[in-house]
Write a protein that binds this ligand. Structure first.
Ligand code: ATP
Length: 217
């Protein structure tokens, strides 16, 4: 019998995409044995202010960053939808695409996880997907009581327990290369005319510089 598809969604603002996102996606693919990691830019994330660079520019940077990396996909589905982008809607659409038996994972960094209880209908996420939380350097705060309540008994301690069922479980992972890189820091440096070389792929750096993105000087 063929193994059910293993699919992950890594959503974000990607404002801009950096190697912290990209290494996380590759290492997640390898640690969980994933077929595809959908990297999905949000048009305007509900819990953040408006990004300075348009959604389509952020998508173009993401496409350039991924290039032909096997198993990684720049996915425009949230940009094609009207209204606010909620992860539960994105997971519903991935579930429809891959079917009932697929193992569907929503992957988020520890910082995003800490805010999960404030998301739109967070408990519904588990009806469509597993939650995989990636440790992120500099983010060590403990989950709130409401977050722990939301997780209930869902947490498991291995990939095989996670992948035993199509959705509904939670796993914390520490990937081999934890990187203290944030898009906030990259935007800050670009706005000050400082170099971001090696923090973003070459194709992303050259597009940013050629098009004058994030630069205020
Ligand atoms: P910002 O600094 O603008 O908030 P960011 O660098 O956190 O941006 P996002 O686009 O908000 O990037 O992140 C998308 C997802 O990737 C989130 O779940 C976030 O936790 C995760 N992530 C971002 N950077 C890293 C990193 N260096 N290591 C692991 N996960 C990361």
């Amino acid at each position: 019998m063929t193994q059910p598809a293993r699919i992950a969604m890594l959503g974000g603002t990607f404002d801009p995409v950096h190697i912290g996102h990209l290494r996380s996606a590759v290492e997640l693919r390898d640690s969980l044995g994933l077929d595809t990691v959908h990297m999905i830019p949000a048009p305007q994330p509900p819990l953040r202010g408006a990004p300075q660079v348009s959604p389509h520019q952020r998508l173009a940077l993401l496409e350039a960053a991924i290039g032909d990396t096997p198993g990684l996909k720049a996915d425009a589905r949230e940009l094609e939808r009207e209204g606010p982008s909620f992860s539960v809607d994105t997971l519903r659409s991935l579930r429809q695409e891959y079917g009932d038996q697929a193992r569907l994972v929503m992957a988020i960094g520890w910082d995003a996880f800490l805010r999960l209880a404030q998301w739109h209908k967070p408990e519904q996420l588990f009806a469509f997907a597993h939650l995989v939380v990636i440790a992120r350097p500099g983010h060590t705060e403990e989950p709130s009581a409401s977050l722990l309540e939301l997780l209930g008994e869902r947490e498991v301690d291995s990939v095989s327990r996670l992948m035993a069922v199509p959705h509904g479980r939670m796993l914390r992972v520490t990937l081999p290369t934890a990187m203290a890189i944030s898009a906030t820091q990259i935007r800050q440096w670009l706005s000050e005319g400082k170099s971001v070389r090696y923090l973003v792929p070459e194709a992303v750096e050259s597009t940013i510089l050629n098009e004058g993105l994030y630069q205020r000087w």
